[in-house]
Design a binder for this molecule. Sequence first.
Ligand SMILES: CC(=O)SCCNC(=O)CCNC(=O)[C@H](O)C(C)(C)COP(=O)(O)OP(=O)(O)OC[C@H]1O[C@@H](n2cnc3c(N)ncnc32)[C@H](O)[C@@H]1OP(=O)(O)O
Ligand SMILES: CC(C)C(=O)C(=O)O
Ligand SMILES: [Mg+2]
Length: 523
Amino acid sequence: MSGQDKVWIFDTTLRDGEQALRASLSHKQKIQLAHAIARLNVDVMEVGFPVSSPGDFESVHSIATQVKGPIICGLARAVSADIEACGQALANAERRRIHTFIATSPLHLQYKLRRTLEQATEQAVAAIQLARRYTDDVEFSCEDAGRTPIDDLCRIVEAAIKAGARTINIPDTVGYTIPNEFARIITDLRNKVPNIDQAILSVHCHNDLGLAVANSISAVQAGARQIECTVNGIGERAGNCSLEEVAMIIKTRPDILPFYTDIKSTEIYRSSHLVSQICHMPIQPNKAIVGENAFAHSSGIHQDGVLKAQNTYEIMSPEQVGIRQNELNLTSRSGRAVIQHRLSEMGYTSEDYNLDEIYKAFVTLADQKGRVFDYDLEALVFFQNLQDTNEPYKLEFLSSSTHTGHVASATVGISINGQTHTEAATGNGPVEASFQAIQRIVGTDVKMVDFNLQAKGSGEDALGQVDIIAEHQGRRYHGAGLATDIVRSSVLAYVHVLNLIERSKQVDAAKQARRLSESQTEK
Ligand SMILES: CC(=O)SCCNC(=O)CCNC(=O)[C@H](O)C(C)(C)COP(=O)(O)OP(=O)(O)OC[C@H]1O[C@@H](n2cnc3c(N)ncnc32)[C@H](O)[C@@H]1OP(=O)(O)O
Ligand SMILES: CC(C)C(=O)C(=O)O
Ligand SMILES: [Mg+2]
């Protein structure tokens, strides 16, 4: 990575992230998450606020004892009791950091702390000096820095560095700033604070206006070298800067961002899903990097492009973030290219099906179901192979209704050699009513011997496959029908039987004609 500056990744999922949860995490859950975050290879992980409760103290203590790799950090107000609890909780860590903070904006000073900036500065200096007794690695944050006049900020930052803080964190606590404004704060600090080179400048952005990631990246461009963030961006209110987003921005755009992080990006997907699951915080499908749709392509033109060259529509590969492969969603916006690709992945060759016919059936099904799955496609191929397009009987329309406590009724339209016939009937259920209507149309004596209904797929929108065994003039026929509506599947299965009967009549007639011509030839 020569010629590139490292950006430190400070993860605060277990501290700021945890603040956002409806219920605190258990000790065991925190340990599990801490291991996952360490696997991401973050530089620092802030894992709690030890003074806040005996449980939090214990979690920080256990993580500091067990989790190796990153620097383990705890948060403390600029209060002796907080610093002491933090120092004790972190005692077993291989490398430990105490993070202390005080608010610096006029609003917070006046209403929350009821102190002047000078008093807050004195309190911060004392806290940093106390923290230095526990570790050389002390971080100081100016809470609500985003709304602090720059000269006030410069004054307290200079005093904090002098007191021994080695990282100066600039939080946009309420997510108020916009990128060039926030970058300006970093530039001003670098230009105006005489001892600024003795500390690493860090940023901690909140997402109230959806700008946490943009502000963090702008700050790095202005000279910050540590980003505080959380997995999935969880945190107070609208959350914090998202770890996976900043890590992948820096990885994906080295052309304009000459920086690197040590994040192991292939761990991103796994840790993101673990955080979501343990914290009961679902990931929105369109969430950058880790959302269900982040690497899914739904429209035909995109799918065709991705099949030809992945980077036509992917600026990073799913493998880079630990997703095995991209997903090509099959919807009514998909085209032939992706259907052919999927079928070939399932082992079908182009001789096994007629692409145009399958595509027509696919689009109809996709309109009904929204999304078509592999097993649906497979069923379409199966049914295409079962049906002959020149069949004499075709289902033209079907309408059925049921009312609890009343007989069901159905109206069925069947075309026979191109001419449509319609009948209505009643029955104990919509399937029986439809079958009665068909009987009236065709007049053929068909006796149902067996009826089997099977769901193809697992969701509410699963296709229903109906298989029937029917008897006609001593012969048995197997008919099958597939549709999202099971009455329709049943009627299609019946129509299939009628076509098989018709075909066997034709075969019989052909045999008889052959026999006749053979016997005439013999004479
Ligand atoms: C921006 C952030 O995310 S900051 C971190 C926020 N996280 C948390 O608050 C979670 C952990 N917090 C807690 O468990 C509790 O709030 C505790 C243990 C810290 C304090 O509990 P309590 O003593 O009951 O105080 P309470 O929470 O009601 O109020 C906070 C007090 O801390 C003071 N305070 C706030 N920030 C600081 C600070 N950085 N340094 C010193 N004092 C501070 C407030 O002025 C207030 O003091 P007051 O009661 O004298 O007015
Ligand atoms: C404690 C500080 C860093 C914080 O979380 C904030 O200001 O948002
Ligand atoms: Mg915060």
